[in-house]
Design a protein. Structure first.
Length: 762
């Protein structure tokens, strides 16, 4: 593979998140070696079916498939195939039954999945409503939302230990008695931050909305009606909440179960965290995406789709994904059993918006929608044909005889197609994400020496140069505005084709999603983007249209509907505020002087190379100084001192303790993590925990003067971080990446950075 096929941004993402590393975090493989590792591992599954299988030849084919960037599997496969962890699935669905034992068994199982790099989807609909009687204890139930918070905290505790951040989907049926509390549970953006949430709507509910009628609430324990609500009023509340901050989304439960491949195994209750993969309890999703840009060929008439190349790619990709099921090291044996019983795969696409640009077709046009439907119909048909070819050799999936396909030709995979958000793999592929329109046609990146680099969509750049329109000044303007819609120097025919996410009307967003859904086995991940000034009526219109057009769910995001700054300084959301800057603006900050008199704690912490003594001092304005010293065993005093000095300066400059804690916690030192019984993972982690402990003590004991430390508290291990402050916001409240400062995008219910590959969901 020519390294020029991989952009500098993509190379950084690969180094940081994908390439195998040694104990010091240094990559120990090249990009080519990573792809070869994956190809060898996945191809090895063929030996299970034939002693004469050409495993080496198949590995070469898989290697070429990936290095040509025609197809890429989901991130866990790239990260873990051929490595000791060996967990290759992106997401899982776990059941939650209505007993304390079952609930906490699921918490444990979810923790194991997150530790392995996966995300989890749950339906909380089986849990009895808040206030219901618990017969075994005589007490009352706390309800689904309270247990969502338990799962949320478990995720928070585990997510730092894996290779990806774990994400969750929480779903509650619209006929659950606690549905209103669920709709409102994320009204505060700082609450339940590790969950996306969706309301599970039924056909009966939607019909009641149309007729402005009441509908029944159902007791989860007795399955009997236990009250009524007005459907339209509740629907309006869902719209209001989504307009306010993008949550909850909606899914149409009856449609998910209409396409349930093996209804004998129970109902589909939930999806994975991004909404595109409905799964039975204990199923996992094994995904990969075809890069549609690589499916184009240039002719004398211009660009056109190479359908033969697409067919060949689909056939090989289906083979690849079926093999993944066999070599996968599942985090729970039950998951392995259930996944192998249906052998569901999810072949999708990325680069669709770029394909349209090459073809000269506007995203927001009937021609664009028609192409989407035709293209996905072709992919789905070829995918099923490839699955049948595999079934002729390897046999159908084990539950085929109980499936909706039982009267048709044998099928190897219960489902074949899914449209997933492609996040970082589309960065590696050098193309637009999934089926989303281009978010912005140019970005300004600030590099370390304060140089400003303008990164432009390559198709637009090629077009402007070919027409003699390119200039650095024009690129700066495009980067500032993000769109070319109002730049009159650019001819109208170019502006018509090169539309970005906020140029596309919400109705065309929805029509495009429905076009792909028509020929997709599972579901379609798509964010319907709204301008900041969009009305609630427009959100309602999209929800109704998605129901009418046959979508299986909807995720919306109204630009600027969440607090947008990394540091929330000044007016808060809901008050009058000046127009938001296009990029974060930083002003000079000077630390306040060190006070003449302080008081504080000194705590001894055991580290991998001895003892570290950490002193944290404070005055009436809060923590102002941190310094360290090491015991006789040595250690790395210069690094600890440097960390302490920077923490001191940051705290006296107004940076929150929570922000410092988030940056330092979980940093791992080989000499510490190799030893048992350690309360920290490194010197910076120890400093973070002691600072957090002192801050918590001050918060709890300060009633107007400086508190005096209690002797017992000096030796109490730190187990909790301080509460989040307004200056430290969850990632889904940000507009700018916490790792590189670039503008974030909302995609498929997640938050991603197209500049460095950061993702809230992994």
């Amino acid at each position: 593979m020519a390294m020029t096929d991989i952009s500098s941004n993509a190379m950084e993402v690969l180094k940081r998140r994908y390439l195998a590393k040694d104990e010091n975090g240094t990559p120990v493989e090249t990009v080519e070696q990573m792809f070869r590792r994956v190809a060898d591992s996945v191809a090895a599954a063929d030996a299970k079916y034939s002693e004469t299988a050409s495993v080496e030849g198949l590995s070469d084919a898989f290697f070429e498939l990936m290095t040509s960037l025609k197809f890429l599997p989901n991130s866990p496969t790239l990260m873990n195939a051929g490595r000791p962890l060996g967990q290759l699935s992106a997401c899982f669905v776990l059941p939650i039954d209505d007993s304390m034992v079952d609930i906490f068994d699921t918490v444990k199982n979810a923790a194991l999945i997150h530790q392995s790099g996966g995300g989890t989807g749950f339906s909380f609909s089986r849990l009895r409503q808040a206030g219901a009687t618990v017969r075994s204890t005589g007490g009352v139930a706390s309800g689904p939302v309270s247990f969502m918070r338990v799962f949320n905290m478990a995720t928070e505790a585990v997510k730092q230990g894996g290779t990806r951040r774990g994400a969750n989907m929480g779903i509650l049926r619209v006929d659950h008695p606690d549905i209103e509390e669920f709709i409102r549970c994320k009204k505060n953006n700082a609450d339940i931050t590790n969950f996306n949430i969706s309301v599970g709507l039924t056909e009966a509910f939607m019909q009641a909305v149309e007729k402005n009628e009441d509908y029944d609430l159902i007791d989860p324990r007795t399955k009997q009606p236990c009250g009524k609500k007005n459907a339209r009023k509740l629907f309006d509340e869902i719209v209001e909440a989504a307009w306010s901050n993008g949550e909850p989304g909606i899914i149409f439960l009856d449609r998910l179960n209409r396409d349930n491949v093996v209804p004998s195994q129970g109902e589909i209750e939930s999806t994975n965290p991004c909404g595109e993969q409905p799964l039975l309890p204990y199923e996992s999703c094994n995904l990969g995406s075809i890069n549609l840009v690589k499916m184009l060929k240039k002719t004398e008439m211009g660009w056109e789709i190479d359908y033969q190349e697409l067919r060949n790619t689909i056939t090989l990709a289906v083979h690849f994904l079926d093999n993944v099921i066999d070599i996968n090291n599942y985090p729970l044996e039950k998951i392995g059993e259930v996944t192998r019983s249906t052998r569901k795969i999810g072949l999708g696409v990325m680069g669709f918006a770029d394909m349209l640009l090459y073809l000269g077709i506007p995203y927001d046009s009937n021609e664009g929608v028609d192409l989407a439907e035709h293209l996905m119909g072709f992919i789905n048909q070829c995918g099923h044909n490839a699955s049948r070819e595999l079934a002729a050799i390897r046999g159908s999936f084990p539950l085929f005889g109980e499936s909706i396909y039982k009267d048709e030709a044998p099928l190897r995979n219960g489902t074949v197609t899914t449209i997933a958000p492609t996040g970082t793999i589309s960065m590696i592929g050098g193309c637009s994400s999934g089926i989303e329109p281009i978010f912005a046609f140019a970005y300004i990146r600030n590099v370390m020496d304060n140089t400003r680099l303008v990164e432009v969509n390559p198709v637009l750049l090629e077009t402007l140069k070919a027409r003699g329109l390119y200039s650095e000044e024009l690129m700066e303007r495009i980067a500032k505005e993000g769109t070319i819609a109002h730049i009159e120097e650019i001819p109208a025919d170019i502006r018509k084709v090169f539309v970005c996410a906020h140029d596309v009307s919400p109705l065309y967003h929805t029509r495009m999603q429905a076009a792909f859904q028509k020929y997709t086995d599972n579901a379609v991940s798509k964010t319907v983007n709204f301008r900041h000034d969009a009305t609630k009526e427009e959100v309602e219109e999209v929800y109704r249209l998605s129901y009418q057009l046959g979508c299986k769910g909807v995720t919306i995001y109204r630009d600027g509907s969440r607090d947008s700054q990394v540091l929330n300084i000044g007016k808060v959301s809901g008050e009058d505020k000046a127009e938001e800057p296009a990029a974060p603006v930083f002003t000079e900050v000077k630390p306040r002087p060190r006070p003449a008199i302080t008081q504080g704690f000194t705590e001894r912490v055991k580290i991998g190379c001895g003892n570290l003594y950490i002193t944290v001092n404070y005055d009436e304005n809060g923590i102002c100084e941190v310094f360290t010293s090491t015991g006789k065993a040595g250690g790395c005093p210069s690094q600890s001192e440097a960390t302490a000095r920077l923490v001191s300066v940051a705290l006296r400059s107004g940076i929150s303790v929570q922000e410092i804690y988030d940056q330092l916690k979980g940093i791992r030192c080989p000499s510490t993590i190799r030893q048992q019984g350690m309360s920290c993972t490194s010197c910076p982690d120890a400093i973070a925990k002691v600072v957090a402990k002192v801050a918590k003590y001050i918060e709890e004991h300060n009633a107007g003067g400086c508190p005096q430390p209690m002797e017992a508290e000096r030796r109490t291990p730190v187990t909790h971080a301080p509460k989040a402050s307004s200056a430290s916001l969850p990632t889904d409240q940000m507009h700018f990446c916490p790792e590189c400062g670039a503008k974030l995008e909302h995609e498929g219910g997640c938050v991603i950075c197209r500049s460095c590959g950061f993702s809230k969901c992994g």
